[in-house]
Write a protein that binds this ligand. Structure first.
Ligand code: HEC
Length: 124
């Protein structure tokens, strides 16, 4: 009986790992609060402490009317390569060096989850 426990533990670890490979908005939120909120605000409204001194103001990421027009690819590129990758200012830094691809995808999932009206995949 005691021998079976490691197999069960291994199974649990493996299933947790496979779940983590899907887009995870909760993880994305953690990254957002850590790396993005100084400018974008804790809740994404563009009211972070550094925003006041920026010559270009970040958008309100909870405003679906603005954010839903940007495709997943555009959001990913802006985050990975910086604002100019999505036609925005370079006051939006590139995060591709600090964040892994799947971490950026988690952030995109988080951004989608806070938009109101809600984002419909594939829709505009
Ligand atoms: C140094 C301040 C700063 C930090 C930190 C920052 N951003 Fe930005 N970000 C900006 C600014 C300024 C813009 C607006 C650029 C424009 O409108 O031309 C922007 C724009 C964006 C946009 C396009 C939509 C919009 O708001 O105009 C996305 C998406 C975005 N940022 C995501 C992120 C994510 C995700 C992080 C953290 C990994 C992050 N930003 C960190 C300053 C920042």
């Amino acid at each position: 009986m005691a021998r079976r426990i490691p197999a069960l533990v291994l199974f649990a670890v493996l299933s947790a790992a496979s779940m983590a490979s899907a887009q995870n908005k909760e993880e994305g939120k953690k990254f957002y609060v850590t790396y993005c909120s100084s400018c974008h605000g804790d809740s994404g409204k563009g009211d972070g402490p550094a925003a006041a001194s920026l010559p270009v103001k970040p958008a309100n990421h909870t405003d679906g009317n603005v954010m839903n027009k940007l495709s997943d690819k555009t959001l990913f590129d802006i985050i990975a390569k910086g604002g100019p990758a999505g036609g925005k200012s370079n006051f939006m830094p590139a995060w591709g060096g600090a964040l892994k691809e799947n971490q950026i995808q988690d952030i995109v999932a988080y951004l989608r989850s806070i938009a109101n009206p809600p984002y419909k995949a594939g829709g505009k």
